[in-house]
Design a protein around this ligand. Structure first.
Ligand SMILES: [Zn+2]
Length: 252
């Protein structure tokens, strides 16, 4: 269920049912990007073991954005294995839960008529979606741009909209980019596969999300590693255009 899928040298996409995390490996050391729901703590550890490493090899964690399906296990793992957790400066207060930019039970209930929303909501409650999570340990990564000094040397790509500090990570050596929830390839509440946006209720600022993904289109990468759904290989320009066309069709 959580078998890591190697997409490039030292880059693994791990899918745990309804959410993904990513492992970057460099010289035996790891960076964990996102950490699933609260119930996924052991699954994160298992995914590390299945690429032949130990959780103690995690040198750092990066957060794409501070929703419960991406930071659920972060604090517990960081405390147990003593690694630092980084997010964009804008996302740090969100990860500390000084405020919350996430669809609540009322918004989900209002969307329960949509295909897939009800079974999805029942599933996420089982994996801890209603648990209050925060990451008190989180710190801002340097905001000067350029590669971060963690295994895999990812380069932050600001993709605000889904949350105010939502960030993707370019992996230049692998020709891949972590897109978080700015652009996904599948979701339990979607009937289509391939590059797409999440439902409007999931975005803090939906128009901004649709705009900022432009930053992905011209990156030197042809692999997209989303927060939900399988890896996409191909032109990122096409991926962005496809997602935007789908929005156009849905609202037409
Ligand atoms: Zn998500």
């Amino acid at each position: 269920m959580t078998t890591p899928f190697q997409v490039a040298d030292g880059v693994f996409l791990v899918s745990a049912g309804h959410t993904n995390w990513i492992l970057l490996e460099e010289d035996g050391a790891l960076t964990l990007v996102d950490s699933g729901y609260p119930a996924h703590r052991e699954a994160v550890e298992d995914s590390v073991a299945s690429i032949g490493r130990r959780p103690e090899d995690i040198r750092a964690m990066l957060i794409t954005h501070a929703h419960v399906d991406h930071i659920g296990s972060a604090s517990a793992l960081a405390q147990q294995y003593s690694f630092p957790v980084f997010a964009s400066p804008e996302e740090v207060p969100h990860a500390r839960r000084e405020y919350l930019q996430q669809a609540g039970p009322l918004q989900v209930a209002a969307n329960a008529w949509r295909p897939g929303v009800l079974p999805w909501s029942l599933h996420i409650v089982r994996v801890g979606a209603l648990k209050p999570v925060s990451v008190p340990e989180v710190q801002a990564f340097p905001s000067g741009g350029g590669a971060l000094d963690v295994p895999g040397h990812p380069i932050p790509v600001p993709l605000p909209g889904h949350t105010s500090g939502h960030t993707g990570y370019l992996l230049p050596g692998a020709g891949a980019v972590v897109s978080g929830d700015a652009l996904v390839t599948a979701h339990a509440t979607s009937r289509v596969d391939g590059p797409q946006f999440l439902l409007p209720m999931f975005h803090h600022d939906e128009p901004q999300t649709h705009e900022t993904v432009e930053a992905l289109a011209d990156l030197p990468a042809d692999i997209l590693l989303p927060g939900h759904g399988p890896a996409y290989r191909g032109s990122l320009r096409t991926a962005v255009d496809t997602a935007r066309e789908r929005v156009g069709r849905a609202s037409a």
